[in-house]
Design a protein around this ligand. Structure first.
Ligand code: ADP
Ligand code: ADP
Ligand code: ZN
Ligand code: ZN
Length: 777
């Protein structure tokens, strides 16, 4: 029986995904790091089991009626968990945050800043004090009345409404008008009003064109329609509406998304002239603090904002600015001082967003919870990793447990407890190899982690390759880059380094196919290969096309007259119609993102019973989709087109994935390696430029080795590879390094050093140099 004084979270019989009946005990009130190669089951244990179970208990307690739905979606497959505190996940959700969400709202700093302006701002003489809502563009009290708090206004221009002025009105000059009857009606009204609807638009007098497009008048006239010769229509009273009025009204009021989208095509967006894009009403913008409006403060990088908020005249101001600075401090500490409060969250990277949430939690006052984090070091320069560890330690010291999935060796070394999952991926993993103090992992022979954690031998020295030309990018002036010109050597492996916010992504974002010397440009990122269970490994790589032909060529399929299309789950015919071939049905949950449950008709097979009766070498098409890449490689050994795809997937270490594994179940690292495999499969030689932004995110050092072998193989075949990278072992193995900095935001945006890894490691004022020097052979 579990005692409340038992200091452990005890998991028994965890079977989520690939977990093989895992039993594990993890102490509460520690920093526990979950490690293991990609696909070994770390996330399945930390998020899929521990966090999911805490969530389930929470929802059951607050909303008992949700029980049935949770049951349907499936509670985590686990025998029992005892000693589990409530859990908070800081994992970066991929769902799109609303466009109104910003750094200020995510951190709650906007609220405090508004309070400061409300209570301690400088008001114009005679002005009434405003409450803090009046400083929010998201409230009726604060929003600029011109743009309703959007900061932009949508306008119509003659060019946008009449794209082809050589046409007459009858020929459709006013493209923005509605189609069909309504459009003809407007034309007939103009005709009745005495306008010439048969002259080319551009020949109409300017004041007529102005009135037709922009008038606010809505005259009513009697129209005598002469539309169809064989149909006599009665005269009727028609009301005119200008093209602008029609477009604005449709854009603002229409219930139809299609009509709104059509209307939007005729609008151009410009900063709101009333508020200058600040989204606030004039009364709020008249209030200042330290000589600035709230909009101006929200646009400052947080480092500068903290400096600007040094005190203030009144006691109230001192208390409020003190609180603000205390809450900004952890954000600065986590290396995010270059962000401003008004920065929209969709423009942040997943790593930046998670670290913002982490910084915010420090002041939440919560204790007794378990925080579950997914690779908080993602996007973090080694110089900032120590700060991350300090922040995690503080969460723990306030009485919480901190469970982190991590690949960064320094974070592992800083842990109190290590849970190593493995030994390999998929069905070759799913076991806990070690759960205990870090040092004790050294004696675990099977562990891929131990090999990296305790081996300090420097990497083998590699010959630096010679470039076969240069790609010049710039001068770039964008975000924090000011007239930066960079030369990327061609035919070699280049690493772009620098602290978070220094401008790495901005710089490589300027590399396009239009530049001379680029040829073909391929960006291998970690975005999903598809957003629904309809896309999977087999469809993405194209190997499923061949598999379907193989099935159509069987005697059974021919006897029944089934073509290759019959074996597709994306078109009607062979698929299960209940789930339309998804194998899953979507379940909507109140307060939770919608999730998928297995199809009640086909049980996840995706096909109807007749299709499944056709077998190739004893397996139905559904059973083939259920094979792992490894098993499929044997099964299809003598079908060259399939075997080739499978071989490249094995090469990138994805042998454990099932062919039909839906895109929605793949991690970012898996998606990236699938893309890479599809590239390798093309077998093209030379002259492709591969761009990768932090390709090692989510990868264990053992996976990084595999990935680097592939990327260097591409370079050896004559291609160019450019990566943005924080992993110094990757940087040390590059041919060329471009280091940006020295800091983030306005403190960065320059090329601090460029050269071979050895040259950059010896540069004096580079933040990267000391960390690179440590791993240089
Ligand atoms: P890690 O976090 O160690 O990279 P995961 O826990 O994400 O590994 O994955 C472990 C195994 O479970 C892998 O084989 C992966 O493909 C599989 N898997 C992950 N998510 C799902 C899912 N939603 N449904 C089924 N299998 C999954
Ligand atoms: P890195 O890739 O080195 O982390 P970035 O290129 O993402 O750096 O950012 C460089 C600077 O540009 C930072 O000050 C960042 O805040 C700013 N920045 C990046 N993306 C945007 C954006 N979409 N809108 C406004 N500023 C941005
Ligand atoms: Zn405005
Ligand atoms: Zn079905």
């Amino acid at each position: 029986m579990h005692s409340p004084h038992d200091p452990y979270v005890r998991v028994r019989g965890a079977r989520e995904h690939n977990l093989q009946g895992v039993d594990v005990d993890i102490p509460r009130d520690v920093l526990a790091v979950f490690t293991g190669v990609s696909g070994s089951g770390k996330s399945s244990l930390a998020f899929g089991t521990i966090y999911a179970e805490a969530q389930r208990r929470y929802f059951e307690s607050v909303a008992p009626y949700a029980r049935r739905l949770i049951h349907q979606v499936g509670a985590p497959k686990v025998g029992e968990i005892t000693g589990l505190p409530p859990a908070v996940s800081l994992q970066q959700r991929r769902s799109a945050p609303t466009s109104r969400s910003s750094v200020g709202t995510v951190t709650n700093l906007s609220n405090s800043l508004r309070m400061l302006y409300s209570r301690a701002g400088d008001y114009p003489p005679g002005a009434e004090r405003l409450d803090s809502d009046s400083f929010s563009p998201n409230t009726a009290a604060g929003a600029c009345p011109e743009c309703h708090g959007l900061g932009r206004v949508h306008r119509t221009t003659e060019e946008s409404l009449v794209p082809d002025p050589s046409l007459s009105i009858r020929e459709g000059a006013i493209a923005a008008w509605p189609g069909a009857w309504q459009g003809k009606n407007l034309r007939d009204i103009l005709d009745a009003l005495g306008y010439d609807v048969d002259r080319p638009w551009r020949e109409l007098p300017a004041e007529q064109r102005q009135w037709i497009l922009f008038t606010d008048e809505q005259p009513v006239v009697t129209v005598h329609p002469v539309r169809d010769a064989d149909r006599i229509q009665r005269p009727y009273q028609g009301t005119y509406m200008s093209a602008r009025r029609y477009v604005m009204k449709t854009f603002a009021d229409s219930r139809s998304a299609t009509l709104r989208a059509r209307a939007e095509r005729f609008l151009t967006a410009a900063p709101c002239p009333a508020c200058g894009g600040s989204r606030l009403r004039p009364e709020a913008l008249a209030v200042t603090f330290a000589g600035r409006t709230i909009a101006e403060l929200a646009a400052l990088p947080l480092v500068e904002l903290a400096r600007t908020l040094d005190g203030g005249a009144s006691e109230t101001a001192r208390v409020l600015t003190g609180d603000l600075r205390a809450r900004i401090a952890p954000v600065l500490e986590l290396g995010l001082g270059y962000l401003s409060l008004d920065r929209a969250t969709p423009t942040l990277s997943a790593g930046e967003l998670q670290r913002l949430r982490l910084a915010t939690q420090l002041r939440s006052g919560l204790f007794g919870v378990v925080y579950v984090l997914d690779e908080p070091s993602a996007g973090l320069h080694p110089a900032d990793t120590e700060a991350l560890l300090r922040v995690l330690a503080r969460l723990k010291e306030s009485g919480n447990s901190v469970f982190v999935v991590e690949h960064h060796l320094d974070v592992m070394r800083g842990a109190d407890w290590l849970v190593d999952v493995g030994p390999r991926a998929g069905e070759h993993g799913g076991r806990v190899l070690h759960s205990g103090p870090v040092a004790e992992l050294a004696s675990v022979a099977d562990s891929a982690t131990a090999r990296f954690l305790f081996d300090d031998a420097p990497a083998a020295r590699r010959e630096v390759r010679a470039a076969r030309g240069r790609l010049t990018v710039g001068p770039v002036t964008r975000h924090n880059l000011r007239e930066v010109t960079a030369a990327f050597p061609l035919g070699v492996f280049t690493a772009v380094t620098g602290v978070s916010g220094s401008g790495k992504s901005t710089l490589i974002g300027e590399i396009t196919e239009e530049l001379p010397g680029v040829g073909r440009l391929v960006s291998v990122d970690q975005r999903p290969i598809g957003r629904t269970p309809r896309s999977n490994l087999a469809t993405y790589t194209g190997l499923f096309d061949v598999v379907r032909k193989v099935f159509a060529a069987t005697d059974e399929a021919r006897a029944r007259g089934y073509g290759a299309g019959r074996f597709s789950f994306n078109v009607a015919g062979g698929r299960c119609e209940t789930c339309q071939g998804e194998g899953f049905v979507s379940v909507e949950l109140l307060f939770l993102p919608s999730t998928y449950a297995p199809c009640p008709e086909c049980g996840g097979a995706r096909y109807n019973a007749e299709t499944l009766q056709v077998r190739y070498r004893g397996r139905s098409v559904a059973e083939v989709l259920d094979l792992t890449v490894e098993a499929a490689a044997d099964f299809f050994a003598d079908t060259p087109a399939v075997a080739r795809s499978l071989a490249t997937l094995l090469d990138v270490g994805l042998g454990y994935l099932r062919l039909g594994q839906p895109a929605t179940e793949l991690s970012g690292g898996e998606a990236q390696r699938i893309k890479l495999a599809s590239e390798l499969q093309r077998g093209r030689r030379g002259h492709t430029l591969y761009l990768l932004d932090e390709p090692t995110t989510g990868l264990h050092p053992a996976d990084v080795e595999v990935l680097m072998r592939q990327l260097h193989g591409l370079v050896d075949a004559g291609n160019t590879v450019i990566v943005v990278e924080h992993d110094m072992s990757v940087v040390a193995g590059a041919d060329w390094v471009i280091d940006l900095g020295p800091g983030g935001g306005d403190a960065g945006g320059r090329i601090v050093a460029a050269g071979t890894p050895a040259e950059v490691a010896a540069t004096a004022d580079s933040a990267t140099a000391p960390y690179l020097a440590r791993v240089m052979p």
